[in-house]
Design a binder for this molecule. Structure first.
Ligand SMILES: [Zn+2]
Length: 128
């Protein structure tokens, strides 16, 4: 039990260090579920849907999620999201209303549309 906890904390510390040291890697994909245009599924990785329009706002949104992992640690973000959505769904709330009210999403949306400069990132594959 203790060993599993040490491994868990160790992985979190490794990933936490990773998001501080390694620039975010952006992977462009042709499909994402629903109306999603981007996602930050793992520490250090952002996924962006290939669309014809400007992707910089979506990038700013997803980079904010990476900054949140820097600030709170990847494990804390994962635990918080599990608690937040788990509790909300148990209380009978709809996933869409939970998403809209999620403080991490509210913060990420507020970082868009402000003419902010994109941080340096690694483009893993072609945008087109
Ligand atoms: Zn988001």
């Amino acid at each position: 039990m203790m060993n599993a906890l040490f491994v868990f904390v160790g992985i979190n510390l490794f990933l936490w260090g990773w998001v501080w040291v390694v620039p975010v890697m952006v992977v462009f994909v042709n499909w994402l579920p629903g109306i999603a245009r981007g996602a930050a599924p793992f520490p250090g990785i952002v996924v962006i849907k290939r669309v014809d329009e400007d992707k910089s706002q979506t990038l700013l949104h997803e980079f904010k999620h990476q900054e949140q992992m820097k600030k709170y640690s990847p494990l804390a973000v994962a635990v918080y999201l599990g608690w937040y959505y788990g509790k909300g769904l148990l209380l009978g709330k709809k996933i869409g209303e939970l998403y809209d009210a999620n403080p991490l999403e509210v913060e990420a949306y507020s970082s868009m549309y402000k003419g902010k400069k994109l941080p340096k990132y690694i483009k893993v594959n072609s945008e087109k």
